[in-house]
Design a binder for this molecule. Sequence first.
Ligand code: TYD
Ligand code: MG
Length: 452
Amino acid sequence: MKKGKETAFFCKECGYETSKWLGQCPGCKEWNTLVEEPVVKREKGRMIPVGDVPKPTPLKDITVDDEERLSTGFSELDRVLGGGIVAGSLVLIGGDPGIGKSTILLQMCKNLSDCQKNILYISGEESLKQIKLRADRIGSFGGTIQLLCETNLDHIEENLRQINPDVAVIDSIQTIYREDVASAPGSVSQVRESTSILMQLAKNLGISIFIVGHVTKEGVVAGPRVLEHMVDTVLYFEGDRYASYRILRGVKNRFGSTNEIGVFEMADTGLRQVENPSEYMLNGRPENTSGSIVTCSVEGTRPMLVEIQALACKTNFGMPRRTAAGTDYNRVNLLIAVLEKRLGMHFGEYDVYINMAGGIRLNEPALDLGIIMALISSYRDLPIDENMVAFGEVGLSGEVRAVNMARRRVSEAKKLGFKVCVLPKVSADSMKDIDGIKLIGISNIRQISNLS
Ligand code: TYD
Ligand code: MG
């Protein structure tokens, strides 16, 4: 940086600002994420004249018309958005590069343009030809969608004002820059300033704007977390790049509940929504092998069956290994300790690997019982009945505690043809009326060995 210019250090993960460089960001505790950037100076003397000061409105005088939501054409995406697109909202879609953010937004634009909505798709990353090539893979587009390759925010603003589309897409925010901000595109201050302008535009013009934010690990590009507090809705697109399914997760939503997920599958004609993820997740489940059990997890309001796999095998070193793929590592260690103490199992001589089949990430306490049973099954090398589902939270003394939405979990298991469900005793007692699936309520993990 040139001398004489005022600079500060910004964390490119969370946007934390400090005057000197630090190895670890005090805000998000990430290492080596602080980068030096010029400080954005506000123009002096631009005070609002007193006559223009807005007056507060009494809450009871504010009327809300039945707010109309625009359907994206994907029920999975609509659900994550809280029921569709809200006019004038700013939505951030984050995710690793190549996960399918541009694809899903282009597909959404196609669905919207099929309903005669005006769309402006602004790309700062790809040329018109590249977008056209992707569009050709997805299908044939209507006439109401316009493309613009632009990175200058002033030009984008001008276009938004003139065209006044129903929905606009900005791909990606890290390529957009404002001329009056001194730092490079993608820096924390550029990304923030551009987003705040887009927020104002969305609110003033009533345009719903979707912005793409790449999650970056290296380089000096600011990540989407820097913007989370500024936008209305934050969605993250996650999934294994090597597996074909993708999960869209709501992290923040001013217009609906968070923690809803949408499940998609990447095909050669774009993304396809998976309406029955349980079936999808259980595909290819091994038969009659130890260490495998199906559990039912609830994401938002929707139950999903997933297979938990455990492998406990004799360790060759003094230090046993533990890995947890797709779930919380510390939680797995805790459950192993509970098994050691309460059931007298000797995991000290075993390496333990836990895996959520299908590459999905879940972190719910309700998975505990499944993990425990998979561990016991692998340790004893006894397969679990493949028609069995188990869920419940396990406490430190080995007690099995109730979890929320137990009834919904049981119905999902029943729907997919499971015959037995192991669950917390309190939940089982409250569901005596359910038939077609045998409920086994347990109150302590000691009772697991009595199960046949
Ligand atoms: P893209 O939407 O460009 O990712 P992002 O915008 O998040 O960086 O998606 C890129 C990947 O998706 C790419 O690896 C190719 C794959 N893909 C398909 O498999 N099928 C398709 O129909 C399309 C359009 C992309
Ligand atoms: Mg892209």
